[in-house]
Design a protein. Structure first.
Length: 160
């Protein structure tokens, strides 16, 4: 069974998002072993200098990378990444599985982005869109896409 770690910066506060995450986590139980890990975010006042922002991203990146194993295929969610269709994402998961690489880690960085260290470690950089999404809502959207990819790869129907 594929193991997926969702590594995120910050905690979910909104009840409706927590409920959605709980629902998709439950739906994924038969397809993947899912682990969601939240690391603390660094405070970032609006008047931070570029150096202070880089230092904060570095700290968050170190926290995230502690949970990434050497064997993990790391997908970084980043606006600079490649946009994929749901089918293309499903194909990536299927290809990893066929290659015996059943440990996938997905990183959703904080509001400031991610450090260069995280970017360099990434095996693939994926962008959902050029739009900006709230980080908490994005986690729910990502879980839905993982679920959709699992349904696609199993040849099961799912609403379009």
């Amino acid at each position: 069974m594929m193991q997926i770690k969702l590594l995120t910066v910050g905690k979910i506060k909104e009840k409706y998002i927590k409920e959605g995450i709980k629902e998709y986590s439950k739906r994924l139980e038969g397809y993947v072993k899912l682990q969601i890990i939240e690391v603390d975010d660094e405070p970032c006042p609006e008047r931070y200098s570029r150096a202070e922002i880089e230092k904060a991203k570095q700290k968050e990146g170190e926290r995230l990378l502690r949970y990434v194993g050497e064997q993990d295929y790391l997908i970084l969610l980043d606006v600079r990444g490649k946009e994929l269709s749901s089918q293309e994402f499903a194909d990536i998961l299927a290809e990893r599985s066929l290659k015996g690489q059943s440990r996938i880690a997905l990183i959703v960085g904080g509001s400031m982005g991610v450090s260069d260290q995280v970017l360099k470690r990434a095996d693939f950089c994926w962008s959902f869109s050029k739009l900006t999404f709230p980080h908490q809502l994005f986690r729910l959207m990502l879980l839905e896409q993982i679920y959709r990819a699992c349904k696609i790869n199993q040849g099961e129907t799912y609403h379009k």
